[in-house]
Design a protein around this ligand. Structure first.
Ligand SMILES: [Zn+2]
Ligand SMILES: [Zn+2]
Length: 292
């Protein structure tokens, strides 16, 4: 029997070809990935992805997995050496994904002041010491509305944006993943008032919004954040967006980035961005994404 493609004949998400950038990649220098950087670089060359940013995890809670997992010197050496090897074929940026927690903001600021990166991606994770910790989340969500349940997460994201430390805020609402057992991702469209302050803060601080495609391969089933959030960001005056697969496995390189680029284009953006301080004319979306 012929398998019907979902959503009116569209293909399910896959690894993309010919997109300008994958700005969110984890290698064996992250505690939750075993991918050698070379595997990403080789796929980037094959798939026509001209630029990649390596964003291994860095945590600031001493009990978190990426606290002092791979030291800065090693990460910098390995990524810079790969960048040299691939020069002329793939541009490799030395980035970092910093887990933002307001209680560690001073330490994050100090780290970024004393260490040099091409790209600083700030994200909020499950706040394991907070309400979303495995032993607490069930009792925390009990009796709460969705807006109440996401409030602590979104408050941390707002603080991350206001810190002004990051080029980009990654997976703005990954809380969808942590709460999927109680609320499907579609429910979040009913709480736009929770997103509005975040989007305004991004615009005011000129911080870029990442469209993180990993949700397309999670039970979440949609990007972090959803298309309507990216469109609202644009309406509010958002100027800078980027896309990332958040790959931790070889076959997740550039995964879902065709969809992420479509979302960005549909919202009214014609290009991607990376470093906050650098105006780029070369991260323009290919012609197939152009809108009339
Ligand atoms: Zn993350
Ligand atoms: Zn990540």
């Amino acid at each position: 029997m012929e398998k019907r493609a979902p959503e009116g004949g569209r293909r399910p998400p896959a690894q993309a070809f010919d997109v300008p950038l994958d700005a969110h990649l984890h290698t064996e220098l992250s505690p939750d990935s075993a991918v050698p950087l070379e595997l990403y670089a080789a796929q980037a060359a094959e798939r026509g992805v001209r630029e990649i940013a390596i964003t291994d995890h860095l945590d600031f809670s001493p009990d978190a997995p990426a606290y002092a997992y791979a030291d800065y010197g090693r990460r910098e050496r390995e990524v810079r050496a790969a960048a040299e090897r691939w020069v002329g074929k793939v541009t490799i940026r030395f980035g970092v994904e910093l887990t933002y927690e307001s209680r560690h903001e001073d330490a994050i600021r100090q780290h970024l002041r004393t260490h040099s990166y091409d790209y600083a991606l700030g994200t909020v994770h499950d706040m394991s010491d907070g309400p979303y910790g495995r032993s607490r989340v069930e009792s925390f969500v009990a009796g709460k509305t969705l807006a109440e349940a996401v409030a602590p997460y979104f408050a941390e994201v707002a603080a991350a944006i206001r810190s002004g430390l990051f080029d980009t805020i990654g997976h703005l609402d990954m809380i969808k993943r942590y709460l999927i057992k109680w609320w499907p991702a579609a429910d979040y469209a009913a709480i736009p008032e929770m997103y509005e302050p975040l989007l305004v803060a991004l615009v005011e601080s000129d911080t870029a919004l990442e469209v993180n495609a990993s949700g397309l391969r999670h039970p979440t089933g949609e990007t972090y954040p959803a298309p309507w959030v990216v469109a609202r960001f644009r309406e509010l005056g958002g100027q800078r967006v980027t896309v990332g697969s958040d790959s931790h496995l070889p076959h997740c390189f550039a995964f879902g980035l065709e969809e992420a680029c479509e979302i960005v284009a549909a919202a009214g953006f014609d290009r991607l961005t990376l470093q906050r301080a650098v105006e780029r004319g070369d991260l323009v979306l290919p012609e197939r994404f152009h809108r009339a």
